[in-house]
Design a protein around this ligand. Structure first.
Ligand code: SF4
Length: 384
């Protein structure tokens, strides 16, 4: 057994352990276990500095999970967009491929609670319909292996899957979505890296949310991946009490850059059942993005997005930099709230097309198309 597997085996996961270690009432611990089981491996546990800190919040079950009745089981409609088991096909040229239900840690905010934690192993035979789908759909050029965490698979199983995907000529890129560099960096072994290197181009999308997660161990794991030629990008989630502070995210993004991990996305938290207590207002996110832009390198600034409920995909959101726009000029503010004017080019390109799709999460049957001149009338503007 490899060290990382031993650490999985030594994780906190039983009701007795939750009661003993975190002083959770037994009845509540039982209900939480039923709702979404815990897995806190010894490495991630060692990052906790005090009860209720940003690391604790991400991994220790909380009674608030049971009080949230508003959230959705599957906020992104991944199951409805699944043409065959284990595949979600939302965007034209890329698919999500779920290869395991296991993770190195069970994050309390997880959007795939409905799928994750089930100990049933997925066999190559069960993945056959997914491979067939990939073979038949020549428009798919990018496969995002996710889960659960694909790096919970053994090297042998992982190689079988990747090898099979690589036999499909139109698949250009494989992405591995994994939280292991953050939650169990010991999984990134020389053997794993040597195996994966044979199947380039492979991109790694990882998931750090707080600067305390950047440790000597996670730094080493990311460096091994980058040195082996895998571009490593980070997808963070904005969460109350964890990282909803410009200073915390600034530190996280700068530290990620230093270990050669590119901050790629910052997500608003999904409307997942049991995770409402992590959600922040959009204004909070915009305020943080405004505080970051201009003050740190653009390389350290991720795309700030909302993954639209109902399967609408990722929608980028930006603070309002344009204060006024008409046929002649654009009035903007910069990161220091200073005002600048850009003169519009005088040509037909200034026409924009506007599509109105209503306000019910994209479910209106027939959107109307309007042609409209780009004209915003703002008589006054004020910076506060
Ligand atoms: S690693 Fe990802 S899939 Fe697994 S519990 Fe955490 S957020 Fe969910």
């Amino acid at each position: 057994m490899e060290l990382w597997q031993q650490m999985i085996r030594d994780s906190i996961h039983t009701v007795d352990q939750l009661v003993e270690k975190f002083n959770i009432d037994r009845k509540v611990a039982e209900e939480l276990d039923e709702f979404f089981q815990a897995r806190i491996n010894p490495y991630y546990l060692s990052l906790i500095r005090y009860p209720g800190d940003p690391i604790w919040l991400q991994c220790v079950p909380d009674v608030k999970e049971l009080e949230d009745l508003d959230g959705y089981e599957d906020p992104l409609l991944e199951d409805a967009m699944s043409p065959v088991p284990n595949i979600t096909h939302r965007y034209p040229d890329r698919v999500l491929f779920l290869t395991t239900s296991q993770c190195g840690m069970y994050c309390r905010f997880c959007t795939r609670k409905r799928k994750v934690g089930n100990s049933d192993k997925i066999s190559m035979r069960q993945l056959e319909s997914a491979f067939k789908y990939l073979e038949e759909h020549t428009e798919v050029r990018d496969v995002i292996m996710s889960g659960g965490d694909p790096l919970m698979l053994t090297d042998t199983m992982l190689e079988k899957i990747i090898k099979r995907i690589r036999q499909i000529p139109h698949i250009e890129i494989i992405r591995i979505g994994t939280k292991m560099p953050c939650v169990l960096p010991h999984r990134i072994t020389p053997k794993l890296v040597e195996m994966l290197k044979k199947y380039h181009p492979i991109y790694i999308n990882t998931h750090f949310n707080h600067p305390w997660e950047i440790t000597p161990e996670s730094t080493k794991a990311c460096q091994m991946l980058v040195d082996a030629g895998f571009p490593v990008n980070n997808q963070a989630v904005l969460m109350k009490g964890v990282n909803d502070d410009p200073q915390v995210l600034k530190e996280l993004f700068l530290k990620l850059l230093k270990i050669r991990v590119r901050p790629y996305y910052l997500f608003m938290a999904d409307e997942t059942r049991g995770a409402n207590h992590f959600r922040t207002s959009l204004d909070k996110g915009l305020e943080i993005m405004f505080a970051l832009r201009g003050n740190i390198s653009g390389l350290a600034i991720p795309h700030f997005v909302i993954d639209a409920p109902g399967g609408g995909g990722k929608i980028p959101v930006l603070p309002d930099y344009i204060l006024h726009r008409d046929e002649e000029k654009i009035v903007m503010r910069n990161y220091q709230n200073k005002i600048y004017v850009y003169r519009e080019a005088k040509n037909e390109e200034n026409k924009i097309e506007v599509e109105i799709s209503g306000n019910d999460n994209g479910k209106l049957p027939k959107p109307k198309k309007l042609k409209k001149s780009a004209k915003a009338v703002v008589s006054e503007y004020e910076i506060t």
